[in-house]
Design a protein around this ligand. Sequence first.
Ligand code: FAD
Length: 290
Amino acid sequence: MMDMTEQSPVTEQTAAPVNATAQPVLPDAQTVTAVTHWTDRLFSFRVTRPASLRFRSGEFVMIGLMGDVNPKTGKQKPLLRAYSIASPSWDEELEFYSIKVQDGPLTSKLQHIQPGDQIILRPKPVGTLVHDALLPGKRLWFFATGTGFAPFASLLRDPQTYEDYDQVIITHTCRDVAELEYGKQLIETIRTDEMMQELLGEDGLAKLVYYPTTTREESPKMGRITTLLQDGTVFKDLGIDGISAETDRAMVCGSMGLNTDIKEILEGFGLEEGANSEPKHYVVEKAFVG
Ligand SMILES: Cc1cc2nc3c(=O)[nH]c(=O)nc-3n(C[C@H](O)[C@H](O)[C@H](O)COP(=O)(O)OP(=O)(O)OC[C@H]3O[C@@H](n4cnc5c(N)ncnc54)[C@H](O)[C@@H]3O)c2cc1C
């Protein structure tokens, strides 16, 4: 077992003064253990997990770095953003899958982290992409675009996903083929890694269906997932009749536009939106704001 680090309490006062000579100590600090760059716009990284952090697969937390020093007060404030935890709840470390926005306040800096560096992690997980927010069903759909794959990277490694359903379908749509790579390699690992096989079981893994599509670069399956659902291509490809409120459950994580469009499609099939407090047929979360 790897050591888990305890977090220290967050207060603004703990930020280092501007004239401090020592490296500032981050509040709620966790240490980066691995970084992988997938494209010039995407990377993933792993950090130590606070021993006290419990979360449900699919939830998100606030993470970040110390912001610039305020010249008036001489203080630094944490610069935090919402991030889905991409690792499953049983993992000893935490994994994140991130965009690199070149002029983004956080990710213009975060993209340069290296193993051994520290990030801030506020240990208050929340979110709607959790099993508890869905009524029991037979088939579970995960609809992701871009970094919206992150919460499903967590749920796809959670044994409950396969215990609760007969079939688990993950669709991932990106503009270019390289942007699918993180998800593709994760699916490969789930299918071939000995530990994953033991954890999820052969029967469990047989339930997993991976459906990647691209919208710009040529690939074996092209098109927006919304179009492919509306014209029936997905159902034809997967040999299923369609989506029904009786059997199908769905989780959606993409841009605002994608979420709105898929919601409409799911409602058209008679599915209703659920929440932690009122489980129903599908749940939605924004992959980012803007
Ligand atoms: C519930 C929730 C969960 C999130 N989970 C993740 C996650 O797992 N991974 C992740 O990379 N981001 C995630 N985000 C977005 C994240 O909070 C930040 O917006 C992102 O890290 C960029 O931060 P920034 O300060 O560099 O730029 P910001 O000022 O936050 O964003 C600048 C602009 O960049 C674009 N943008 C931001 N994030 C993305 C993105 N992920 N994909 C495409 N375009 C984007 C938007 O147009 C936005 O207006 C999540 C957001 C929410 C609300």
